[in-house]
Structure formats: structure tokens, C-alpha cells
Design a protein around this ligand. Sequence first.
Ligand code: C5P
Length: 288
Amino acid sequence: MERASATAWRVRAPAKLNLTLRVGPLRADGYHPLDSIVAKVTLYDELLIERAPDGVLELVCPDPQAGPAEGNLALRAARALRQRGGRGGARITLHKRIGVGAGLGGGSSDAARTLWALNQIWGLNLPPAELAALGASLGSDVPLFLGPPASRMRGRGEVLDPIDLPAFDALLVTPPVHCATGPVYLAFDAQNPGPLVAFDPARLTGHPVSQWDDRLVNDLYAPARQACPAVGDWADRLHERLGRPVHMTGSGSALFVLLADRQDGLALHAQLPPDLARCARLVGLNPW
Ligand code: C5P
């Protein structure tokens, strides 16, 4: 957290990639059991958090894609922390760089980093486990952003084990397509899925990144293509253009191609037609 002034802090909120995502049948509580290897990556929303008089909680987001401030998960996170005993106020300005409805976890990351920052700014100092529980009450993906660079995520997202993932580079393509999570899970349910298949993290951690492509799997890929046909079109075009395996994160719509190194990524980027190139960028494993 970088100080912007005596009463303001700049906070970065990274995106995530689900390198793998296995999903089991719908549980009685309306969620699906997951087994996913998740890595934070070097694409960030930026938050400016300013101290405000006690009780004042405001959020401004210049990006219309983010929707109304009232429902914003970062604002809900600030409110939840205040209910847990936080004394103070905050004005949050959110600059979105992470696509919305992309499976990159931007909203969850904004919420997690707001919790993390205000916990310090307000001097509340809740221990990590309490912050994580508060995060889980806001959304399934919030706790992972309070954790280390890479985790194995289970349960509905709240069971996290840190994993030691080697650094990797990826070409991330965020199509201008919102893929809402609900309809993708509905399409998944309609397939009558079998029981959750576990994914042993050693299948990635024990092997060089050059051997990962064949090991990555996302059980929501076919359902996302069904619920959001544009995702399939983008994935097919990318695959045809680059001749490389294309993977999807979360419930989509963002896609990624694993790279040998950044040079490889620059070469691939140069092969893309303008509309794909505009939506593509190089990312790596976030160091924190
Ligand atoms: O927890 P969160 O609000 O982020 O979840 C959004 C929606 O995604 C849920 O209402 C549910 O439909 C779906 N979901 C799920 N199983 C999970 C996580 C999310 O079915 N483990």
C-alpha cells in the first residue's frame, strides 16, 4: 500500500487466472464444489482510498462497465468491515483495468484489497483468518485474493492451500464479452455432471511450464461456450491464428495462452489481427 498523501493510499488489486478448474455437481446450498489452481497475475485495478469522516463510505468508479456504485463489492466490503467494528470512513475511487464478467476476479480482488487496506487504515487489525471469513461472506473468490500468489482452491472457494507455483508468462485475451457466472453454471448443471474430479497440484508444480498445456482443464469451458457463444468464437479464432492451446479462466470470458517467455508472447501478439490484439496483453505470476 503506497501513501498518496497524508490521508490517502493507493492500493493495487491483481487479477487471477484459474489455471485449472474442476467442478462437481450442484450442492444443496446452491454452490458447486470446486478444485482449482488459481494464480494472481500482473494486471491490476487501482484503488485510491481516502480517509473520510466516521461513517462516510463512498465509492466512485469512472468506468460505466463496473455498474452502479451501490452494488459494488468493494463498497460492500467496506461496509462489512465497519460492521465488524471498524471505526472511520472512506472514499474509494476505483479505476478498472481488469475486464468485468471475464472470470478474472476483478470485483472480488477489489473487495479483498479494500478489506486488507481498511483493516490497517482503521487500525482494526483483524487477524487474517477473520478477514478471510468476512471475505467469503462477500463472494466465493474474495478469500483467495487475501492469500499468497498461488493457491489450490476447494469447497465453494473458501478452502485455500498455498502452493509454490513457478513463475509463468501468459498472453491474456479479454474479449469484449460479459460472461455472467450464473448462466454458465446453469449450462454446466444441464450436462448432468459426474462427481468432482480432484486435481493434484503436483501435476503442475512438479513439471516445467512447457509441460502444462496438456494438463490444464476447465470444466466450465464447454458450458461457457454454450451460454456465451462469442467466447467460443474468440477461442477458435485465437487457436487458428496462433496454433497454440487456448485456455479459459473461471467461467470466462477471458482466455489465455501459456508462453515460453515474454519474447514468445511479443511474437504471438504481433501475429494477431487488430481486434484481437487490442484485447491482448502479457501477464505473469504476481509476486505477492
Ligand atoms: O459466491 P459468489 O457470489 O461469487 O457466486 C456467484 C454465483 O456463482 C453463485 O450464486 C453461484 O451461482 C455460482 N457459484 C457456484 N459455485 C461456486 C461459486 C459460485 O455455483 N463454488
